[in-house]
Ligand binder design. Structure first.
Ligand code: FE2
Length: 151
């Protein structure tokens, strides 16, 4: 399961985002595990369908939350980041639609996509905004301390 194992290299050092990303990686790892079953039966596909639904729901919630944070910090590359999220959701929606018609055909593609997209999004795109958010937090702290110092 190389690539979907959560370790320190996945952390962006913003605790809530790390928590959410870890959960997403766990859902993705579950998907890979379920897909590894050879000669799947109907219930195996059902379980995969449920995990795909979980993944979509959790990703949506987390992306919203992350975008709110980035809006608040006025992250200059927000639009590009948002586009990446949208691309993933759109792709997953497509997989889910096709999955309900012919799960056997779609599962490998969906799992392959998640396996590739998720770790690289976390390690490249999310890791990219983290230092910016930290600097903004630091500046806000300095400002607050300055204000306290003056009063
Ligand atoms: Fe993100």
């Amino acid at each position: 399961m190389e690539g979907l194992a959560w370790d320190d290299s996945c952390k962006i050092q913003i605790s809530l985002m790390d928590e959410r990303n870890q959960r997403l990686m766990e859902i993705a790892a579950k998907l890979v595990e379920l897909n590894a079953v050879k000669r799947k039966k109907e219930e195996d596909f059902e379980a995969i369908g449920e995990v795909l639904a979980d993944m979509m729901e959790f990703a949506r919630m987390h992306f919203n939350e992350e975008e709110k944070l980035l809006v608040g910090k006025q992250y200059p590359e927000l639009n590009q980041h948002r586009r990446e999220h949208k691309k993933f959701i759109k792709k997953m929606m497509g997989f889910r639609r096709l999955f309900s018609e012919d799960p056997g055909k779609v599962t490998d593609d969906a799992v392959g996509y998640v396996k590739e997209w998720l770790p690289s999004h976390i390690k490249e795109e999310d890791a990219r905004y983290a230092p910016f958010v930290r600097v903004q937090n630091y500046l806000a702290e300095c400002q607050a301390m300055g204000r306290r110092g003056r009063s």
